[in-house]
Write a protein that binds this ligand. Structure first.
Ligand code: ADP
Ligand code: MG
Length: 357
């Protein structure tokens, strides 16, 4: 188990990580979701030992990590750009880590070759050892980078946006493979990404990094359906957030007045969260019974293949998104510029305390 406690890392005036706590359990695939510049790479570099925290502690299996040299930590790191040695063959790239490690370095050519072959087989690159790094595709380079890490039998594997450099089709395939490889090895993977779909697809658990802290770490379904705070909800790109002030059992917002799903003292600021796929659209005079609603003007639609997004503007200019699934369409024909009622089952609305940011 990896345990980060109160970890802070500053660069001059920039506070990249601020009193961060995170637990990565044994034998798990964890995604770490965060926007660009949120400190994802910094977090991985601290775990690997390429950097040290300004405050806080890191533990792996009950052993203190911070202060230890990187090569003594038994941690695997798959870099964002693969970082393969261009002048070495695939096999030599994989052997490199074994040959040059501080403890239990392997020098026997036969053993090196066997272990490299085994690692290449694990990532589906059987027989590619003799190829030059320039003679393989992007997806294959990704696998070599993974094999080079796995061959050293790390206690945990850190992957920094490992699918970022791959095209969309390949990305989907690598998602499945990464999960399958990890399940065979039983070692935990911590996979950093800026993509909410990738984070939710990959992770048994997803941790959301926001403002230098973990906003929420939970199973993907739970995180998606029940984010605990506005920061987590914002990162999922599936929730509309409407900020306002509580008054008489409702949240008064510039987009309208929303019945509060739970009590909030008058004058307290809060945000109502409504999921893109839980908003219905109708004419203002035909809102389904039992549903709450507010009105907004239809701006435009966007077709994404299996889903279609509809964009609305609330009276205050806030952008509201509604998603429709083409297999089971539920939205009426929409006319640009017209005002519609956006309605929802009251029990689907979430309330987060605190002002909108
Ligand atoms: P991410 O990987 O999520 O995009 P990073 O961890 O690379 O984010 O960066 C987090 C923040 O720390 C950013 O504001 C970045 O500019 C800053 N930062 C990262 N590394 C350094 C560094 N070596 N020197 C100064 N600032 C840095
Ligand atoms: Mg990064």
């Amino acid at each position: 188990m990896l345990n980060l406690s109160g970890v802070t890392r500053r660069y001059g005036d920039t506070v990249a990580l601020k009193d961060l706590n995170l637990i990565v359990p044994e034998d798990t695939y964890m995604s770490l979701l965060g926007a660009s510049g949120s400190g994802k790479t910094t977090l991985l570099r601290l775990i690997a030992g390429f950097e040290e925290p300004d405050a806080g502690q890191l533990w792996l299996d009950g052993e203190r990590l911070d202060g230890k040299a990187p090569h003594k930590r038994d941690i695997g790191f798959v870099f964002q750009n693969f970082a393969l040695f261009p002048h070495l063959s695939v096999q030599e790239n994989v052997e490199f880590g074994l040959k040059h490690r501080e403890t239990a370095a392997c020098t026997d050519p036969r053993e090196l070759a066997d272990r490299a072959a085994e690692a290449l087989q694990l990532v589906g690159l059987d027989g590619f050892g003799h190829r030059g790094v320039g003679e393989i595709s992007g997806g294959q380079k990704q696998r070599v980078a993974l094999a080079r890490t796995l061959v050293t039998e790390p206690r945990i594997v850190l992957l920094d946006e490992p699918l970022g450099a791959l095209d969309a089709n390949l990305r989907n395939r690598m998602c499945d493979e990464l999960r399958a490889i990890r399940e065979r090895l039983k070692v935990s993977f911590l996979h950093v990404t800026g993509s909410e779909t990738e984070a939710l697809t990959m992770g048994d658990t997803v941790a959301v990094l926001s403002d230098g802290k973990i906003a929420q770490a939970d199973g993907s379904t739970k995180l998606f359906t029940r984010p605990q705070n506005a920061a987590a909800a914002r990162h999922l790109n599936a929730w509309n957030l409407l900020g306002g002030t509580a008054r008489g059992g409702a949240l008064e917002t510039p987009a309208g007045s929303f019945q509060l799903p739970r009590t909030l003292a008058d004058g307290t600021q809060g945000q109502i969260a409504l999921r893109f796929d839980q908003l219905g659209v109708s004419d203002p005079d035909s809102v389904p019974g039992g549903h709450s609603h507010f009105t907004a003007r239809y701006v435009t639609g966007e077709f994404n293949g299996p889903t279609a997004l509809a964009f609305f503007r609330a009276p205050d200019g806030a952008l509201i998104q509604v998603v429709d699934h083409l297999g089971e369409p539920r939205l009426p024909e929409l006319t640009e510029g017209r005002t519609y009622a956006l309605h929802y089952a009251p029990e689907d609305a979430l309330l987060f305390e605190g002002a909108a940011t």
